[in-house]
Design a protein around this ligand. Structure first.
Ligand code: SF4
Length: 731
């Protein structure tokens, strides 16, 4: 590092950039390349370390996701590394009434292997399951999938990514023929229309939002923004048109926009004819959604819907962004298809500045999809249900034909149901905290109580999940091991090891390989490094849409690469479908047509409010990391319930009053925030706070209903009642 003035650039909530200079001493640190381990923006970071401790971080000025910029979470990464609650040693308890006791790795792995052998012998391979995480590296993902699907004989491997982006996967696959967004972040600087629906990008993807905001500010007359959200968040500050939609009604709105585009001749008939199928059915259904009809369903002005459609249709290049607001729905796939339909009808796809772009919640949710990390997938975007895909993987893994079971495994909700019903006897959880993040937590707690054996790999203890485990295994985390991640724009980055993990903590892949060896599978799990695993994994992508056989660790250390990247000389693929050839066998994209359907649970006299959930800007998932960092706890020190001003007056609630939010499944209690920024009839709670922090545990109330295709649960909509509570409980 040179001695020029070096600063850490942090984007503030206002959009201002705070520049924090690095000192001479900082510059003498040992700096390693990495990626931020929080969200799917996938910012590149430089990790400054000395004497085995991570001391500083700054944005990597050369990384295409952030060009040096970080948000408040990324800027405080060092503070979550060396904390007093880090797990140093494996711990086991044979009796749940007793405390966990420290054991050696040999004892812990031997114990788990013996118990799983016994359970599998008594109940078959589908009596065990893995529940994993979009925060794991691709190498960990690959090993767990190889182990379970190729060797243990169960497809019961599902990820918390199921709660995050499963509907985007099914949306892309059904509409375009393959998973993943066609475009890239660089399109932001080339677009003249941003359509943000079901995403609080300002809070959840702050660096990407800053790029959008800058583009909008620098060309305010030419560049337009439309924001659709039942909550008026800071994302709406950039909107030329803001549509405060009734939760769950997005398909009606999107079909109505298409109705206007057709009526006003803002579609591209030539593109539709040459590159798509099913247009006549699309046109027929769009005709059923005049803006007036959608306005009545969506609770927004018909003229505003028409105006939004005109901005989109008249744009030179329009980009759509969305995240959990569309995905976490019992109709999540339909909502994704409906957004993509707008792009196919207008030709806003496969060219600079245009395209549908789902924002991934977690840092490696995309890598998880690539390596087979959902219960219906195999590595290389293969499907369990496809016989040829299974045979190819069996050959690559060197296992007999027929070894991979032909039925998809249990998805997240059904996995915990199966545990509660005794069909699954043991679950191994890696790098996630389902006792906070899953919907309908009382059901999840029942599942834990019925399980014969719960194993949890984590970096901290206690979490709401580790405290229920029988076996706790200490994992190495960010900056303590290396591996690769793929961010929202298909960009693969390598994250380096900078310091040693604490105590006896190990990378997750190594823990799994030790277990595999104990199970007698050593020959196939003899990996000596993450790079070894990457080399094997990348061979599974040969000839597939995501071919990365041209990627090596050595290349990644020079800079990140966007797939496909099939040869050593190949450079990143910024955009897909630039030739108008899509990934369905006929080369055409499909209009996948849906009418509006109401959410799974509607409001009624007993439960008159819609509860919607989400994130706040300074917290990450279930607070296990960000909850320890004082500066991140300042703005939102506790969970809260946002209630519309008129609704609060009717209920006799004022800001600060404790409110009990009760559904048919359970209750949460948190301080009230009275606001005009949320639609009347709707309330909002962030999902970060678990039972270790008090009673603001919103997922006690949420519903496990899910999309029939993506199996993603409806975390954005359930019916609740609100009432003033006697008091708040703090843990
Ligand atoms: Fe990390 Fe996301 Fe913030 Fe970037 S935007 S620094 S990836 S949390």
């Amino acid at each position: 590092m040179t001695k020029e003035r070096v600063v850490m650039q942090v984007v503030q909530e206002t959009g201002e950039i705070e520049e924090i200079p690095l000192t001479e001493e900082d510059l003498r640190l040992d700096w390693k390349k990495g990626t931020c381990c929080y969200c799917g923006v996938g910012c590149g970071v430089l990790i400054g370390n000395k004497d085995g401790r991570v001391l500083k971080v700054r944005g990597d000025p050369n990384h295409p996701a952030n060009y040096g910029l970080l948000c408040g979470k990324g800027a405080t990464l060092p503070q979550m590394v060396h904390t007093p609650d880090r797990l140093h040693y494996p711990q086991v308890r044979a009796d749940r009434q007793r405390p966990h006791e420290r054991v050696t790795w040999e004892t812990a792995i031997g114990y788990v292997a013996e118990r799983w052998k016994d359970i599998i012998r008594r109940h078959g391979p589908d009596s065990v399951a893995f529940y994993i995480s979009g925060q794991m590296y691709s190498e960990d993902y690959y090993v767990v999938n190889k182990l379970a699907k190729g060797f243990l004989g169960t497809n019961n491997v599902d990820s918390n990514s199921r709660l995050c982006m499963a509907s985007a996967v099914t949306g892309y696959v059904t509409s375009l023929g393959a998973d993943a967004p066609p475009g890239c972040y660089a399109d932001i600087e080339l677009s003249d229309c941003f359509f943000l629906i079901g995403t609080n990008t300002a809070a959840c993807h702050p660096v990407t939002f800053e790029r959008i905001r800058r583009r909008k500010l620098h060309a305010a007359k030419r560049v337009k923004a439309i924001v659709v959200d039942p909550r008026r968040t800071r994302t709406a500050d950039i909107a030329d048109i803001y549509l405060p939609i009734q939760p769950g009604t997005d398909v009606a709105l999107l079909n109505a926009m298409l109705h206007v585009l057709i009526a006003e001749n803002l579609i591209q008939p030539d593109f539709i004819k040459r590159h798509t199928t099913n247009w006549e059915e699309m046109r027929r259904v769009a005709q059923e959604y005049p803006p007036e009809r959608a306005a009545a369903i969506c609770g927004v002005d018909a003229e505003a819907i028409a105006a939004a459609a005109r901005l989109f249709g008249r744009a030179r290049a329009a980009m759509s962004f969305w995240s959990m607001g569309l995905n976490q729905s019992s109709h999540g796939t339909a909502k994704n298809n409906a957004v993509i339909n707008l792009h196919l009808a207008t030709g806003h796809i496969g060219r600079a500045g245009a395209g549908p772009f789902s924002l991934t919640g977690q840092p490696n949710a995309m890598g998880g999809r690539e390596t087979g990390g959902l219960s219906h997938l195999l590595p290389g975007h293969r499907l369990i249900a496809n016989e040829q895909d299974r045979r190819e993987m069996e050959t690559l893994w060197g296992v007999p034909s027929g070894r991979i079971a032909d039925q998809p495994g249990l998805h997240a909700v059904s996995l915990f149901d199966a545990l509660a019903e005794g069909r699954v006897k043991s679950v191994w959880i890696l790098c996630t905290n389902p006792v906070v993040s899953m919907p309908n937590l009382n059901r999840v707690l029942e599942a834990f109580s019925r399980a014969e054996l719960v194993i949890v790999n984590d970096i901290y203890h206690p979490t709401e999940t580790t405290q229920l485990a029988d076996v706790i295994l200490p994992a190495a985390q960010w900056a303590e091991r290396d591996g690769t991640v793929t961010n929202s724009e298909r960009c693969i980055s390598h994250s380096s090891k900078a310091v040693e993990p604490p105590g006896e903590a190990l990378p997750d892949w190594e823990i799994l390989c030790r277990f595999a060896r104990e199970m007698g599978l050593g020959e196939s799990f003899g990996f000596r490094s993450a790079e070894d695993i990457f080399e094997e994994y990348k061979r599974t992508t040969l000839g597939k849409d995501l071919d990365i056989t041209g990627v090596t660790y050595e290349r990644l250390q020079q800079g990140s690469l966007q797939w496909p990247c099939p040869t050593p000389a190949h450079r990143s693929t910024l955009r897909r479908y630039t030739d108008g050839v899509f990934s369905h066998p006929d080369g055409k994209a499909r209009f996948v047509v849906h009418g509006y359907k109401p959410p799974a649970e509607e409001t009624d006299a007993a439960y008159p409010f819609v509860l919607t959930t989400g994130r706040v800007r300074d917290q990450w998932h279930t607070l296990t990391r960000t909850g320890k960092i004082p500066v991140l706890m300042k703005k939102d020190p506790s969970g809260f319930v946002e209630v519309n001003t008129a609704d609060a007056a009717q209920l006799g609630l004022a800001s600060g009053d404790p409110v009990e939010v009760t559904s048919r499944r359970g209750s949460a209690t948190a301080p009230c925030r009275v606001t005009d920024a949320i639609k009347s009839g709707t309330c909002f709670m962030p999902f970060h706070w678990g039972s270790l922090w008090g009673d603001a545990v919103v997922n006690r109330a949420t519903i496990e209903s899910h999309d029939p295709l993506s199996k993603q649960p409806e975390l954005k909509y359930c019916a609740v009642q609100l009432k003033k509570a006697a008091e708040l409980s703090h843990a």
